[in-house]
Design a protein around this ligand. Sequence first.
Ligand SMILES: *[C@@H]1O[C@H](CO)[C@@H](O)[C@H](O)[C@H]1NC(C)=O
Ligand SMILES: *[C@@H]1O[C@H](CO)[C@@H](O)[C@H](O)[C@H]1NC(C)=O
Ligand SMILES: *[C@@H]1O[C@H](CO)[C@@H](O)[C@H](O)[C@H]1NC(C)=O
Ligand SMILES: *[C@@H]1O[C@H](CO)[C@@H](O)[C@H](O)[C@H]1NC(C)=O
Ligand SMILES: *[C@@H]1O[C@H](CO)[C@@H](O)[C@H](O)[C@H]1NC(C)=O
Ligand SMILES: *[C@@H]1O[C@H](CO)[C@@H](O)[C@H](O)[C@H]1NC(C)=O
Ligand SMILES: *[C@@H]1O[C@H](CO)[C@@H](O)[C@H](O)[C@H]1NC(C)=O
Ligand SMILES: *[C@@H]1O[C@H](CO)[C@@H](O)[C@H](O)[C@H]1NC(C)=O
Length: 538
Amino acid sequence: MKSFGIASIAAAALSGALFVTSVTADLPPIVIKGSHFFFENGTEFFIRGVAYQQDVNSNGTTSTTGTFTDPLADSAGCARDIPLLQELGTNTIRVYAINASLDHSACMQMLQDAGIYLLQDLSNPSSSINRNDPTWTTDLFADYAAVVDAMANYTNVLGFFAGNEVSNDVANTNASAFVKAAVRDMKSYIKTKDYRTIGVGYATNDNADIRIDLADYFNCGDAADAIDFWGYNIYSWCGDSSYTVSGYAQRTAEFANFSVPAFFAEYGCNTVQPRVFTEVQAIYGENMTGVWSGGIVYMYFQETNDFGLVTVSGDTVTKLPDFTALSKQLALATPSSTNSADYVVTNTVAQACPATGADWSAASVLPPIANADVCSCMVSSLSCTAATDLSANATATLFSYVCGLDKSACEGITTNSNTGVYGAYSMCNSYQQLSFAMDQYYKNQNKVSTACDFSGQAKIQSGSTSSSCSSLLSQAGSAGTGVVTTVPTGTAVSGSSGTSTKTSAAGAVIVPRFDTGLLQLGAYLFAAGIAGAGMILL
Ligand SMILES: *[C@@H]1O[C@H](CO)[C@@H](O)[C@H](O)[C@H]1NC(C)=O
Ligand SMILES: *[C@@H]1O[C@H](CO)[C@@H](O)[C@H](O)[C@H]1NC(C)=O
Ligand SMILES: *[C@@H]1O[C@H](CO)[C@@H](O)[C@H](O)[C@H]1NC(C)=O
Ligand SMILES: *[C@@H]1O[C@H](CO)[C@@H](O)[C@H](O)[C@H]1NC(C)=O
Ligand SMILES: *[C@@H]1O[C@H](CO)[C@@H](O)[C@H](O)[C@H]1NC(C)=O
Ligand SMILES: *[C@@H]1O[C@H](CO)[C@@H](O)[C@H](O)[C@H]1NC(C)=O
Ligand SMILES: *[C@@H]1O[C@H](CO)[C@@H](O)[C@H](O)[C@H]1NC(C)=O
Ligand SMILES: *[C@@H]1O[C@H](CO)[C@@H](O)[C@H](O)[C@H]1NC(C)=O
């Protein structure tokens, strides 16, 4: 923490202590210039990273339990492991999921003291963008923002990942639209909160069909919407491979003109055991350092997937042969670096957005900014709202029913990332979305009272619009088909990572966020004709 050293001195002075033995400074922040990372003093920074988390992989699958262990809230674990990370020559760890409500100060200080930076993923197993049913919502925004809030003050935070391997083959490339919306909104949130400039990036898998389109998509268009760095999870160097056989040469050529830093966000193929890590000399050698900023070895802990550098049992850590091999290779790696002042940025042009087609289905137009103010303003303005005590299943059924009766009632809440057409309220929670659809239906029925009933599952209210809401609502348009460009105020965010219910503006408990998936599944089943005949399809 920023004030730790000063506070220690002050405390020592106040208590009359004569000697201050160990006051350590916080690490200097890492800054981005062009496609490289630098210390503030101008020396280039290469990531010598290790993935550090047990039993979690925020790769876009939603875990059934949603539980995970936050390694940065485990100070005993940090005290046990950080000396070993130092011994390896690690200057960065990647952590896939933290619980924003826990205290991370002890581990973060130990990392500062050890000269180790952090790359932190923003999602967690109970709060992430689902590749099979992608959304970017105000609930996810609040959870991701809570992670930013928890970490932004630490100067050794190198950056955030807004997603990991979410789109991982041609069938789910449309999920990338929502992940890029998360990148955009978290970058904007960091600015709104006046935090230090901290980059937001994405970590991709290495699928030959989509790797180029993915990198182009996240880099293209307005820089404010694009990634600040690109992480590549790459497992193509197995055993004592070579620069060309591994595909590294080809990947390096592909990224030669990328306009932001790129690095390996995971590496360390384990199909040949024990691992010899000869790729380390390539990654930090002259073929690659002009293009790549180092990499992160997957991973510290030995688990059933057999990627560990050590086995851990309680307080005891045992080094595996991979630890020794990696440590030797990293010690031999002496990348020659560019000094920031001498570095003339030549990669100034972003890649072109990929065209939609057989292998790529995400349009360059992104989903709406997940601005919770827009949703609460909308609900206040309605004449008909959903009952606040509906079960997730009842909500899903009603959603299909209303949209089936009146397709136009749902334009403001539907999403299509292939066409890039998004309802302005499609980022709201399910209670808010259902209320909007019911209200549209009610209005389309000229407000006959029977049109706001749905067997007692909706109710009439006298809607009102405060002056602070009028601009937001007019941007959204009466049918919700407009585009709201106003960013959230920042102070309105009420992140509560890990809780499964949210409270609406009116104070009512509403359905869990993961029911948004259920809703859309309902709509999908309905559209596929499974819900029965006689209704107008979505
Ligand atoms: C810049 O700072 C880093 C980190 O403190 C240090 O390793 C490096 O030697 C410094 N470079 C110069 C030129 O002082
Ligand atoms: C994603 O992570 C989960 C949990 O570790 C794992 O079971 C699953 O196989 C992973 N999926 C992919 C596509 O990597
Ligand atoms: C970050 O620092 C600011 C200013 O010192 C302080 O108000 C805020 O509480 C800190 N946040 C956290 C999460 O420590
Ligand atoms: C650098 O590239 C050359 C040419 O492909 C190759 O022969 C050499 O082994 C590479 N160096 C490393 C360290 O991989
Ligand atoms: C980068 O290089 C590739 C070919 O390697 C080319 O297709 C692409 O247009 C270039 N992009 C920019 C922004 O120069
Ligand atoms: C809700 O719907 C799901 C999927 O159709 C079903 O498995 C589940 O039993 C339902 N739950 C309740 C409480 O009706
Ligand atoms: C994404 O693509 C899948 C598969 O084609 C489709 O079912 C889904 O509706 C699409 N989602 C969006 C938001 O466009
Ligand atoms: C986060 O920590 C809080 C406090 O210990 C706990 O109630 C909550 O369940 C945790 N969330 C997750 C997702 O583990």
